[in-house]
Design a binder for this molecule. Structure first.
Ligand code: ATP
Length: 236
């Protein structure tokens, strides 16, 4: 078992009588960026919800930095270094600063202040408007705030659910550029996406189809597989 990072083994999960995930094994190591690629309904959100503890795993086990967290509550997972940005990401009725304070709520006060100062350096647009309501931000800026809010907790593993959702192609490239900057250092990222622009960031990719992993490997290996290439890259 890898000591640093997140490991899921043979995860099964669903809603009521409906099973959605069928034995998913996946991992992201310290410093690694992994993209979970899949179409609508493939099970990406369901898997992230299981990993953060919002939905129970019916089968399988999960480890974070070598510690088993399969049955831990979400707040325990966050305290242990896991962060989750949902598709919605931020609270529109709260200010930028309040959103960041919520993201970092489990940190001791002095560390939280340092964490926020660092985030305002990375995201100057948020610093300028820290007292503005999150709802006043543009779609792209709101996504930046969602990422910053998740980072406020100083996580070791950052999970993001479709950071491209609702964004124009221009903003998508901006989000990809920002995430590239975050790749330096030990932060591990697990990005659930259907937009292949995010493959630029990927050290490794999992493709998810019908709640099962179909492929695991590098982007180069995806290109080398004719069927996968056709499915995900079309004629490009
Ligand atoms: P999307 O990109 O559309 O968010 P996804 O890959 O994240 O897709 P999920 O949201 O995990 O996929 O959904 C996987 C399957 O689980 C779908 O068939 C969906 O209809 C079903 N599902 C999701 N949430 C629920 C729920 N609360 N109750 C019942 N079924 C659900």
């Amino acid at each position: 078992m890898q000591a640093e990072g997140l490991v899921a083994e043979e995860i099964e999960a669903g809603y009521g009588k409906v099973q959605v995930l069928w034995g998913i094994s996946a991992s992201v190591a310290s410093g690694e960026s992994v993209v979970l690629l899949g179409a609508n309904g493939a099970g990406k959100t369901t898997l992230l919800r299981v990993l953060i503890g919002l939905l129970p795993a019916r089968q399988g086990r999960i480890w974070l930095n070598g510690e088993e967290i399969t049955h831990a509550r979400p707040d325990r997972r966050v305290r242990s270094g896991l962060a989750y940005m949902s598709e919605l990401g931020v609270f529109g009725g709260l200010t930028i600063e309040e959103n960041l304070l919520i993201g970092g709520q489990f940190l001791p006060a002095a560390r939280l202040r340092r964490s926020m100062a660092k985030l305002y350096e990375i995201f100057p647009v948020l610093a300028e408007r820290r007292r503005a309501l999150a709802s006043s931000l543009s779609g792209g800026e709101r996504k930046m705030l969602g990422i910053a809010k998740a980072l406020a907790a100083e996580p070791k593993v950052l999970m993001m659910d479709e950071p491209s959702a609702g964004l124009s192609p221009l903003f998508v490239s901006e989000v990809v550029r920002t995430l590239k900057q975050l790749r330096e250092g030990a932060l591990a990222m697990l990005i659930a996406e259907q937009n292949i622009a995010f493959l630029d960031l990927a050290d490794r990719v999992y493709t998810l189809e019908g709640g099962r992993v179909r492929f695991e490997g590098t982007v180069a290996a995806m290109h080398a597989d004719n069927a996968l290439h056709r499915s995900y890259f079309g004629l490009s």
